[in-house]
Design a protein around this ligand. Structure first.
Ligand code: FCB
Length: 407
């Protein structure tokens, strides 16, 4: 009999994730680049530094993929950049499409299966100037880009993620309002909890997802489409069950339910949120925190997978992000071992999980700062030299051996 506790199921995706804006560098035509420059010029906002050259992965992607394959991973999740593919409304850059097409082919040449994300937080400047996701025709514009990008995914790509963390996109304007103190945007979340997503944006994201999934299927019917939702383990304390439900529903469950009918659903989990009768319970001082200020809580992954499987029971799950910002790599191994064992236990109990992608392959631009280092691979900020950490070979070995890695 197969021992589910140690053996990875056949076909299980085992990889690491990145996002274009966070690693490519020079994403000058994107709304995020413009916002970084604006906030830095004004001063005092949540953006500490510009994304600049990031990891220069726009040029160095072959090196990134070489490393991931050598480390033992079988899969790589990366995103393509709308601002490069459609630099002006309706104007398509064939050179940008060729660039991403070469990445898909380059992944296969190295034995990596690509999972391609179409939107990971960033959009072209012109899209932002025309009302962003508030615009009536936002979904049409997104679908037009998705159709134009078909040569990237039409062949050799089994999984496409339409939108990364639509729930974060929908609460982003409220988050920007809230964040005025020091530290990157990621850190601030730890202390304030998440604001509630805007209802109009929530609707807009769901519409955009549906339109994008249809667009992908119309061009490449074989592709399995889904989206990736940020899901924290929301826990009720002191009988605050109703308050915890009320917190979780607009921030995550609505987006999970919208995956009904999709081929898969991405789960992205880092930590837990505890809700008491008076709202968000602060993380106690004595508890270990990561470089983002989030509680070190590896159990979150198993808990969220179980939760998601009750909210979206008919959809297979893929962990598209999970990881830890730390400058102590032994804590990365400890965190990830705990998370993976929580996932394997959930699977043994019947939760349908088809893959695990670690965030992140590389140290990268964490939406305002390079300080939170999530990478399995360290990146020198000026030479761009890549140095895999011990955790990288440890985790990658799971792919090579087809066994869950244990600490
Ligand atoms: C997620 C984002 C990803 C990264 C991690 C830490 O919200 O999708 O880009 O910043 O958090």
């Amino acid at each position: 009999m197969t021992d589910l506790s140690t053996t990875m199921p056949a076909g299980f995706l085992w990889g690491a994730s990145t996002a274009a804006h966070q690693i490519e560098g020079g994403n000058h035509n994107s709304d995020w680049w413009e916002m970084e420059q604006h906030v830095l010029a004004e001063g005092g906002g949540p953006i500490q530094e510009s994304s600049g050259d990031a990891c220069d992965s726009f040029h160095r992607w072959p090196e990134d993929m070489d490393l991931l394959a050598q480390l033992g991973f079988t899969d790589y999740r990366f995103s393509i950049e709308w601002a490069r593919i459609e630099p002006a409304p309706g104007e398509i850059s064939h050179a940008a499409i060729d660039h991403y097409r070469r990445m898909v082919e380059g992944a296969h040449e190295r034995g990596l299966r690509p999972l391609v994300t179409l939107h990971h937080f960033t959009a072209p400047r012109w899209f932002a100037h025309r009302g962003s996701w508030y615009a009536e025709d936002a979904a049409d514009r997104f679908a037009r880009y998705v159709e134009a990008a078909a040569p990237v995914y039409a062949d050799g790509v089994d999984h496409v993620c339409t939108i990364n963390e639509p729930n974060m996109v929908a609460l982003f304007p409220a988050l920007v309002e809230m964040l005025t103190g020091d530290g990157g945007a990621t850190e601030q979340l730890a202390n304030h909890g998440l604001p509630e997503p805007d209802a109009k944006l929530t609707e807009s994201m769901i519409r955009a997802h549906r339109r994008a999934a249809e667009a992908v299927k119309s061009r490449a019917p074989h592709v399995r489409t889904g989206w990736s939702v940020a899901v924290q383990a929301v826990q009720a304390i002191e009988g605050a069950e109703q308050a915890a439900k009320a917190y979780g529903r607009p921030r995550q469950d609505v987006f999970l339910e919208a995956a009904h009918g999709d081929d898969w659903l991405g789960v992205q989990t880092y930590t837990r949120t505890r809700i008491g009768p008076d709202g968000l319970a602060p993380v106690p001082d004595e508890v270990e925190r990561t470089l983002t200020g989030w509680e070190f809580y590896p159990q979150a992954l198993g808990e969220t997978l179980r939760h998601v499987s009750t909210v979206a029971p008919d959809v297979p799950l893929i962990v598209t992000e999970n990881g830890i910002a730390t400058d102590d790599d032994t804590r990365r191994v400890a965190y990830t071992a705990g998370a993976v064992s929580g996932m394997a236990n959930a699977m043994a109990d019947g939760v349908d999980v088809r893959g695990y992608f670690h965030w992140s392959a590389l140290d990268n631009y964490e939406w305002g700062s390079f300080r939170p280092t999530f990478g399995l691979i360290a990146v020198d900020r000026t030479t761009f030299a890549r140095t895999p950490r011990p955790s990288a070979a440890w985790l990658g070995g799971g792919g090579r051996d087809r066994r869950w890695p244990t600490a």
